[in-house]
Design a protein around this ligand. Structure first.
Ligand code: WTA
Length: 646
């Protein structure tokens, strides 16, 4: 059943796509002539120093020869779109509305103030020796300075790489090394749900012996003690506060890299996904304004973390390019209680709220009372992102939070897509609980068989995208062949997303989740290979295989099959510690089974399909196991399957 768009959302729409006919018209126009469509969009939305005349150069068929380019002859600095031009029209509008860990800790930073802060930080970074094209790692919590640091890098043409503050020192070191960072920007301690997180100390551990890192810039958040390396470490307030608030932005070509963001894939170490300037800012600005139907007086709140792509595209770049008031939230949804989000909605008059299904499930489990006690009448659009949303959670969001008066936008996209790719457009698209509905203009999805054949009409298959769009990732940092092999070798001429998807009789898309070895736990993307390598680093473990199983709150849980070394005992706590050390605090094993061996084909490949079925409690549907080297192993695994969380 489809839900019609509620009246409050339909009336006074700001986007030209205010009904399905307009949507179809825009989508067809973008399909017929993508260059004309996107050139018009970018000229309307983005402050170019030199306006582009070129659209797309290159194609998915020729991607092995080198990265694609959009708007190749254009020149800009994205921060002029995010800051400078708003100084003329709305200098005193709040740009960043910061809500700290304690609900009483609120800061409002206007566009004028943000511009000055970014200019100061840009001057300070230059002073510290960071040059155009060099990399800075940002390892911070959700403080305004994290956004200022991102923008300051962009302002001088340096490339930032934000690493989520939950990653371990080892994971951080891998990233520092991979992108050869010159500067690391961090804070003394992070604060979340009244707990402190030792960000600076983790940076110290990660950077030990990393000679390439010349400077570490440190924001003082809590004032608690931290280690200090003279000559390398610099306080933010010493370097930034006294710097000049004027800075002429470094003008760069459209394809100058804006940032690198590491993300997990099926194999190997996380990849540094590269996004560039002109196409990314065009696409995030367009999708942010269109999907949410952004209006001038909206108070927009995305409660993600800037460590993930959602924070980059829909806390910082898209909203600021659109001159919106964008919230940054330092805390967690259950601190001090399960009403925190709705208390913020009431206090700040939030009209657009964007979160993840896992948070909705956590809050739904606490009942309606914490929601109902706060006034939510300002809400108009409710977004979700990060994983498939189950219909029960969707209905709860719609009925209880939105009181049936808001539209739900279930936005499907990825680190690699740069911005929202399949999603309702708030005033235009009737919704169905659990469906991301229709592709954005410019996105041409296809469902495919494993052999790459295109499926037509209602069908289920592998989700691909057939034509380039401006916001997509251009390459993997330092490894273009890996980019091509990961995304373009499955189906020649199309981008393979790694997701499975169904299309129904109305043409609605229902993304079912990853079909590769990527886990999605509470919306956190992690690779099975990363977990396995952490586990086998423990001496007692000979071998390990990780699969996901459905989890009622986290979406997916982590199921570990572990083979012990001869005569050794496995200690689950030791394995947890290894995952925490190699990946981070968000990497936890939910269920562990010690097995005599892993089911393998005769050529030695682990049969994950079998392990997945057993973990999902479907051990009696294994199908053909005759190609296994040792079918007896499967019997033993099936009998010992773990079926409850501890
Ligand atoms: C999943 C997050 C279903 C999907 C922006 C994708 C979703 C992966 C949705 C990307 C959604 C994200 N419905 N699945 N609305 N949104 N996903 O790179 O499996 O952290 O491939 O980007 O999350 O995760 P990433």
């Amino acid at each position: 059943m489809a839900y019609e768009v509620p009246a409050r959302v339909r009336e006074n729409a700001a986007t030209p796509i205010h009904d399905l006919d307009r949507y179809r018209e825009h989508w067809s126009r973008a399909e017929r002539d993508p260059d004309a469509f996107w050139l018009a969009v970018t000229k309307e939305r983005i402050a170019w120093r030199k306006e582009p005349t070129q659209g797309l150069e290159g194609s998915f068929h020729t991607i092995a020869d080198g990265p694609l380019s959009w708007f190749g002859d254009g020149e800009l600095n994205v921060t002029e779109s995010c800051l400078d031009r708003h100084l003329e029209t709305q200098p005193d509008k709040v740009a960043i509305l910061w809500e700290g860990d304690e609900p009483s800790d609120v800061r409002k930073i206007t566009y004028r103030e943000l511009h000055a802060e970014v200019c100061k930080a840009a001057n300070a970074l230059k002073e510290l020796g960071l040059e155009k094209g060099e990399r800075a790692i940002i390892y911070m919590g959700m403080v305004p300075e994290a956004a200022v640091a991102m923008l300051a890098c962009a302002r001088i043409g340096a490339i930032h790489s934000v690493v989520f503050g939950g990653f371990s020192a080892e994971a951080l070191r891998d990233r520092v090394r991979d992108c050869e960072a010159e500067v690391v920007i961090t804070q003394d301690w992070g604060l979340r749900g009244s707990k402190t997180i030792p960000l600076k100390n983790v940076v110290d551990e990660a950077c030990q012996g990393e000679a390439k890192v010349k400077k570490v810039l440190v924001v003082k958040r809590t004032g608690d003690e931290v280690g200090w390396t003279e000559g390398r470490d610099v306080w933010w307030h010493d370097a930034v506060d006294s710097a000049s608030p004027e800075h002429a932005a470094e003008i760069v070509p459209a394809e100058h890299p804006l940032f690198v963001l590491y993300t997990s894939g099926s194999t190997g170490r996380p990849k540094g996904v590269v996004h560039t300037s002109g196409g990314y800012i065009t696409y995030t600005s367009y999708t942010h304004a269109t999907v949410f139907d952004l209006r001038p007086d909206d108070v927009y709140a995305c409660v993600a973390d800037v460590g993930w792509i959602t924070g980059h595209s829909y806390i910082v770049y898209g909203p600021l390019a659109n001159g919106a008031t964008t919230l940054m939230f330092e805390s967690i949804p259950t601190y001090p209680d399960a009403g925190r989000y709705w208390d913020m909605v009431a206090r700040h008059g939030i009209s657009i709220f964007y979160t993840a299904p896992t948070a909705i499930r956590v809050l739904a489990a606490q009942g309606e009372e914490p929601v109902k006690k706060h006034d939510r009448s300002t809400l108009r659009v409710l977004g979700t992102v990060g994983e498939p949303i189950n219909p029960e959670a969707w209905e709860w969001y719609y009925d209880v939070v939105g009181e049936k008066g808001c539209n739900i936008v279930d936005t499907w996209w990825q680190t690699e897509t740069g911005g929202i790719a399949i999603s309702p457009i708030a005033p235009a698209t009737p919704t169905k609980p659990g469906s991301a509905t229709y592709p954005m203009p410019g996105i041409i999805p296809s469902l495919r068989t494993p052999e790459g054949q295109v499926l037509r009409g209602p069908s289920q298959g592998l989700l691909c995208i057939d034509h380039p769009w401006p916001g997509q990732a251009r390459t993997v940092w330092g490894d273009h062949p890996r980019f091509v092999a990961t995304y373009f070798n499955h189906v020649p001429g199309a981008y393979f997303t790694g997701d499975g998807c169904r299309r129904d009789e109305d043409g609605y898309y229902w993304v079912t989740g990853r079909v590769d070895d990527v886990l999605n736990v509470s919306g956190h993307r992690m690779g099975t290979a990363e977990f396995e390598s952490a586990i086998v680093s423990v001496d007692a473990c000979a071998e390990a295989a990780i699969v996901a199983y459905p989890h009622p709150v986290k979406g997916q849980g982590v199921y570990a099959y572990v083979v012990a070394r001869e005569g050794k005992a496995i200690d689950k706590a030791e394995l947890q510690a290894a995952c925490r050390k190699e990946i981070g605090a968000h990497a936890r094993i939910d269920r562990m089974q010690i097995v005599p061996g892993l089911p393998k084909t005769r050529s030695g490949k682990v049969m994950r399909r079998i392990l997945r079925k057993i973990a999902e409690g479907r051990g009696d549907e294994l199908g053909d196991t005759s190609t296994l080297a040792d079918p007896g192993v499967v019997e033993a695994i099936r009998e010992g399957a773990v079926t409850s969380d501890d």
